[in-house]
Design a binder for this molecule. Sequence first.
Ligand SMILES: [Zn+2]
Length: 249
Amino acid sequence: MTERNGRRRFLHLAASLFFTVVALLIIVGGGGWWVLSHPQSPVPSHWNPLRDLTVRAPVTPITTYQLQRALGDEAQCRAALSAAGVTFAPMDDLVVDPNCGIAGRGLLSRLVTARVAAVETSCTTTLRLAMWEHHVVQPAARDVLGTDVRALHHLGSYNCRRMRTAQGQDSGWSSHATADAIDIISLDLEDGRKLTLLSDWAVPGPQAEFLRRINQGACDWFRVVLGPDYNRLHADHFHLQGPGWGFCR
Ligand SMILES: [Zn+2]
């Protein structure tokens, strides 16, 4: 009998401990939720997972989560671009066939700082490009070259075509067929210098260092990044692609 009593006491103790922990978690968790969701929350937006992405805010461990949410919600994506000063004029979706078209379509002509020759693309590609420009390209230009980037030059984003490989044409559809990628070929700097991947990538010096840094840094904001080190098809441009399984060369 005493053994049974002891077991009952133990179960009772275990149960009360369990419910105390659950109650504490609810109080602490609920308090945390209240602090985060309060309109005057003391937690800065870029540290608050309940707040929308701000392109110009410092990057924190929360940024990727906020970016994913903005990428999945067209209205939030457009709002983030507009708040950052990006010129992305809205256009109707382009519907061609199951393989080709642009959802969340717009005309991009300026990123946060740098100009871009007007290009039709998707909101998601533009948002990733804006994050790359603001958090990688401009800081790297200041660090390595002591100047800002005035303009980014591209080879286009939307192109209803199949993938190209070094072996020829592949059967799969290119991410360009849905404007989920953009190809960057050269950059103009504020001090007048013009850098092209074709002529500056392989010549050792600060310009090549800068290009390598922004190639590597593109992997933080795009899932597939292909550059001159990948194959001869990319000798003259960076292929920056949103969706994919993480490939960076
Ligand atoms: Zn490409």
